[in-house]
Design a binder for this molecule. Structure first.
Ligand SMILES: Cc1ncc(C[n+]2csc(CCOP(=O)(O)OP(=O)(O)O)c2C)c(N)n1
Ligand SMILES: [Mg+2]
Length: 363
């Protein structure tokens, strides 16, 4: 689609598959082929299982926290599948399934949520930045990395993820403005799941859509059905390729819904009705992709079972490894803080060492 001149998004979110699985056309976008959709469907099955297993591990006290993307798996898988190995991904705390879809080991990714002091994975291996908890800070890092790639003559594109709430942050403005002025190859991908903890979208912004926010920066915006994996692959592909071709940053807003509480620390019943959640259940991204692929004759029970088995193997490994209690060395807290530890830090380290020795002697 040649839309490099277009700034305004489509009037309604781009959709290629209806909630019941029937195909629908969208001007300028084609249906991805079945083999690509089948691979993405496998990703969806694994992402759902990963989300639900991680949530169970929180309830069992094995993870400290897990912001689930249950219901948002199509956004998670598509954002990873449209990137090539030379590209970068800048995820948030809610994007664990996307990081895993990019190829990072789930055990490594969950290290942070287990409460360890480090990210768990080496960002350079799969070109995935650490999952950002401070809202929108990763967008600035993404713009910087994209600009650096341009300066070095590389063709990498940066996929920067954020939520609807994060678009109210000053960092969002700065990142979009910088990227636009320097034509940095970034795709800003907003997962609008209607909530920022308890704050609904209507209290977040009165803009016609979040994709419209691109106009003020000179960045083309597009809106897509965030529960439609086919539409997401097409729209994000288009955005990535335009950024790669030198058209500058792109903004994509996916309309989706946070099906569960913000995290285990949140009681969603205090601010939203179950009826609202129930309205989104028939729009589930897995059901929709499955219905389409089955109608196409591309997915049968045996193939579905194979995907389930793959996902179950991921969940089983998560249970096996995260249920272990490996010995921890508290003094690692002091490593990697400063190249040259300060006097106070050395003293505190010594204090901890003495305390540990006393405890050991008392055993
Ligand atoms: C700078 C900053 N301010 C506040 C918070 C607290 N906080 C954590 S998540 C969150 C809501 C973010 O909502 P949204 O961007 O829509 O992402 P979602 O959680 O829905 O994926 C807030 C306010 C934070 N992490 N960082
Ligand atoms: Mg949100």
């Amino acid at each position: 689609m040649d839309s490099s001149q277009r700034l305004l998004p489509a009037t309604t979110p781009v959709s290629l598959v209806e909630p019941d699985g029937s195909p629908v056309s969208a001007p300028g976008y084609a249906m991805p082929d079945n083999s690509r959709l089948l691979r993405a469907f496998g990703g969806l099955v694994t992402a759902r299982r990963l989300n639900d297993q991680a949530t169970a591990l929180v309830r069992q006290g094995r993870l400290a926290v897990y912001p689930s993307s249950h219901g948002q798996e199509a956004c998670q898988v598509a954002a990873a599948h449209v990137l090539s190995s030379e590209d970068w991904l800048f995820p948030t705390y809610r994007d664990t399934a996307c990081v895993v879809a990019r190829g990072v080991d789930p055990i490594e990714v969950l290290t942070l949520f287990k409460g360890d002091w480090h990210t768990g994975y080496d960002p350079n291996v799969h070109r995935v930045a650490p999952q950002a908890t401070p809202l929108a800070t990763q967008l600035l890092h993404a713009a910087g990395v994209a600009h650096a790639a341009t300066l070095r003559g590389q063709r990498s594109v940066v996929m920067a993820l954020c939520g609807d709430g994060a678009t109210s942050e000053g960092d969002f403005h700065e990142a979009l403005n910088f990227a636009a002025v320097f034509r940095a190859p970034v795709v800003f991908f907003i997962q609008n799941n209607e909530y920022a903890i308890s704050v609904p979208l209507a209290r977040q912004t009165v803009a016609p859509s979040l994709a419209h926010k691109g106009v003020g920066y000179g960045i083309p915006g597009e809106r897509v059905d965030g529960n439609d994996i086919a539409a997401l692959l097409e729209v994000l592909d288009d955005a990535v390729e335009r950024a790669r071709a030198g058209a500058g940053p792109q903004l994509v807003e996916a309309h989706t819904y946070r099906m569960q509480a913000h995290t285990n620390a949140d009681d969603e019943t205090r601010y939203r009705d179950r009826s609202e959640v129930a309205e989104w259940e028939p729009k589930d991204p897995l059901r929709r992709a499955e219905a389409y692929l089955r109608a196409q004759g591309a997915l049968d029970d045996a193939a579905h079972e194979r995907f389930r088995e793959e996902a179950e193997a991921v969940a089983a490994r998560m249970r096996e490894i995260l249920n272990q209690d490996p010995p921890r060395d508290p003094s690692t807290l002091f490593a990697h803080v400063y190249a040259e530890p300060t006097q106070q830090l050395r003293a505190q380290h010594e204090q901890v060492r003495e305390e540990l020795q006393r405890e050991e002697a008392a055993l």
